[in-house]
Design a protein. Structure first.
Length: 298
């Protein structure tokens, strides 16, 4: 018996994303199309794959048994696509880059502009997100990450480290005074994250037990958090190069040596690294990001 791969692809997407709507979004399709695909696959197999309760879909025992097979087929199809792309020798085409919101907003614009001038035939897609993009599933061709990637079949290169520093707006320091030690920050308005514990762990590593209520303002969007520093709400943390370039804030030279650095890693799928286009962009980003890291630590 032969199957239409599109039907199996839909089944794999629905089981992975949990609903027809989410699967439709992931496949850039429509919910009615997803529903027709599932019905057609069930007809072809002669077994029900889902129990339908209102708008909810629950896998039947048959569906559970076939789910892993469908996932393996989807993975194999993705690997097939990666291998085909990896053999492309043309410098033209699209490159999809994933980077954190801060890097995408403040570091990459100048770099990608220089890349565009050097390679005008390359089309650039930038995914500005703080979540981890899946390279294997082609959510990104190249990822810029602040941790060492451990994903299977990914080539990673450490580019350098970004220096972190404490900053506050001049207007805030005029009203509250400038803290001189890390302990002085306990008496200041600190801008931090909502769900992320990154800054909390930094304080704890320095010997100060604080919780999220320690922050007078909380937001996991790091661009927004930085804007609140510039607006004068309180003291916040930023890559040194970005903060030093902002005229409305001042670096607070407290415990700079105690603040962690952010490692910079470039990652790409092993098969994509054989693509001339991807290697060109990968090496270009490595050179430019390394230069920025050196400037920040100068």
């Amino acid at each position: 018996m032969s199957f239409d791969w599109n039907l199996l692809k839909t089944f794999a997407a629905v089981t992975e994303h949990g609903s027809l709507a989410a699967a439709a979004h992931a496949l850039a399709s429509s919910q009615p199309t997803m529903s027709r695909h599932i019905a057609a696959l069930e007809d072809d197999l002669g077994v029900p794959l889902f129990d339908r309760t209102g708008r909810r879909l629950e896998l039947t025992p048959n569906g559970v048994e076939l789910q892993e097979h469908a996932r393996q087929m989807a993975t194999a199809a993705n690997r097939f696509s990666l291998a085909a792309v990896g053999r492309s020798e043309t410098i033209a085409g699209t490159i999809r880059i994933s980077a954190s919101e801060i890097v995408a907003s403040y570091i990459l614009p100048d770099i990608l502009t220089r890349l565009h001038r050097a390679e005008p035939a390359i089309e650039i897609e930038l995914v500005a997100t703080d979540r981890t993009e899946n390279l294997l599933r082609r959510e990104a061709d190249i990822a810029i990450r602040m941790f060492r990637p451990d994903q299977y079949d990914v080539i990673a290169r450490k580019i350098g480290e970004f220096q972190i520093a404490a900053f506050a707006a001049n207007t805030y320091l005029e009203q509250r005074g400038e803290p001189e030690t890390l302990a002085d920050l306990l008496n200041h308005d600190i801008i931090g994250y909502d769900r992320s514990d990154q800054i909390l762990m930094g304080f704890r590593d320095a010997g100060y037990e604080v919780d999220r209520q320690f922050f007078r303002f909380r937001c996991d969007n790091q661009v927004v958090a930085w804007k609140m520093v510039v607006a004068g709400f309180g003291v916040g943390f930023m890559q040194a190069g970005i903060g030093d370039a902002e005229p409305h804030v001042k670096r607070i030279p407290i415990a700079d040596n105690d603040l962690p650095t952010l490692p910079i890693w470039l990652a790409a799928h092993t098969e994509l690294k054989t693509s001339h286009r991807v290697r060109r962009v990968f090496d270009f980003l490595a050179t430019e990001l390394s230069r920025v890291a050196r400037q920040q630590q100068a």
